[in-house]
Design a protein around this ligand. Structure first.
Ligand code: SAM
Length: 393
């Protein structure tokens, strides 16, 4: 296992950009506090889950002991979370990744420290597929892990809404032939007839979503009066297309006594690809954990997380240039992801896995890490990081 090649001195105020600290996080956070209080846009942490794993790794090898009483585990987390809360900007967020072991206890602790009102979401992540070995356990197979998301101040939280791909919707099978004409002259055929031979129907549907539509019933009790009146008029003249204008909103189109819905409302670019999409929910089943053993070119069996998982949290809760902090850095996933996304970062890790983090980040900076979110972010290398030992040796 590597040791730092040059002795690193930890000296008072330091640049906060891209700072890797080898040290115990409570002591390091306390020392950093004058510089980082109120500066961090997002804390993303993945602390030991308290799994009951007693095997301490052989001396000098990456890994950690993970067996405490629940009370001890909470006593360990409390002062760290208190400091992490103080690090956050008023518009900032905290994400904590856990499994069932301490999830409910942590929720109560965070409600106490941040306030119940600051709770934003409990996200369930599909973390593993059942294997023959693990299905011998009692009950149903445990596939889930969780992220608890808290705001520093709910009223000031700034988040970026996200959409995720969804399967094409076969209900949208009408085609508006002449969208350039005024709406009373609109004519329709089927999507299938409009799709040129040899072009996959689903691709055509997405690429021409502004002409693809379907009819949906209008509720007499839930729709506004102007819309219900237009519905009645439309029934008397079913082929006409009527338009109902609404202040500050898109118009409503009505024909055959039904509302005409256009597919372009459900199509967007996700990671550069035009796709049918839906708003992100608090159940994440689309982030594969397959193949993460090789991410970043470092092996860390105890708890390494997919780069795409951290990326999604940072997409939701940060913007380029923001400061991201992870004080349970493990193999360095948060730092690598933040770097590739153009965020500034601080990472703290006490174990010998710091050597893995250093190797990983050196590759990221050099543009020599083709794994993880590199292609999604179009990352080609750049930037730099500083390493410190705390306390200085
Ligand atoms: C679950 S791992 C994090 C894995 C990481 N998210 C990744 O993707 O590689 C938790 C890490 O927290 C570190 N850790 C635990 N207690 C710590 C402390 N008091 N100070 C600094 N690091 C600590 C452990 O050494 C371990 O590497």
């Amino acid at each position: 296992m590597d040791t730092p090649r040059t002795p690193i001195r930890y000296e008072g105020p330091m640049p906060l950009d891209n700072l890797l600290i080898h040290g115990e996080n409570l002591a390091a956070l306390t020392a950093l506090m004058p510089g980082i209080e109120g500066q961090v846009r997002c804390v993303w942490i993945d602390p030991p889950y308290n799994t009951g794993n007693r095997k301490a790794p052989p001396r000098g090898q990456a890994g950690y002991h993970d067996d405490r009483s629940s009370a001890d585990w909470l006593a360990m987390m409390r002062p760290r979370l208190d400091l992490l809360r103080r690090c956050l900007r008023p518009d900032g967020s905290l994400f904590v990744q856990l499994d069932d072991n301490e999830m409910d206890a942590l929720k109560l602790l965070l409600d106490e420290l941040f306030g119940r009102d600051a709770f934003i979401s409990r996200i369930t992540v599909d973390a593993r597929a059942p294997s023959a070995f693990s299905t011998v356990n009692r009950g149903v197979f445990k596939a889930s892990e969780y992220l608890l998301w808290y705001a520093r101040d709910r009223s000031q939280l700034r988040e970026n809404p996200l959409r995720v791909p969804r399967p094409p919707d076969p209900a949208y099978r009408k085609w508006l032939v002449n969208p350039e004409d005024p709406h009373p002259a609109w004519r329709f055929t089927t999507l299938r007839k409009a799709c040129p031979p040899g072009v996959p129907l689903e691709r055509f549907q997405v690429e021409h979503a502004a002409q693809v539509c379907r009819l949906a019933s209008i509720s007499d009790t839930k729709a506004g009066r102007a819309i219900v009146e237009a519905k009645q008029r439309s029934k008397a003249d079913p082929d006409a297309v009527l338009r109902v204008d609404r202040e500050g909103q898109d118009p409503i189109w009505i024909t055959r006594g039904q509302q005409l819905l256009f597919y372009d409302r459900q199509v967007s670019r996700v990671d550069g690809a035009l796709t049918a999409s839906r708003p992100l929910t608090n159940v994440w089943t689309d982030l594969s954990w397959e193949g993460i053993a090789n991410e970043g070119g470092v092996r860390f069996k105890q708890g390494k997380k997919p780069e795409r998982l951290v990326r999604r949290c940072l997409q939701l809760a940060t913007d380029p240039g923001d400061l991201v902090l992870d004080c349970f850095l493990g193999a360095g996933t948060t730092a690598a992801v933040a770097h590739k996304m153009g965020r500034r970062w601080i990472g703290i890790e006490q174990g010998p896995q710091i050597a893995l983090v250093r190797q990983r980040l050196e590759r990221v900076v050099a543009g020599q890490d083709p794994t993880g979110i590199t292609a999604l972010e179009g990352w080609a290398g750049g930037g730099a990081f500083t390493e410190r030992q705390h306390p200085a040796r």
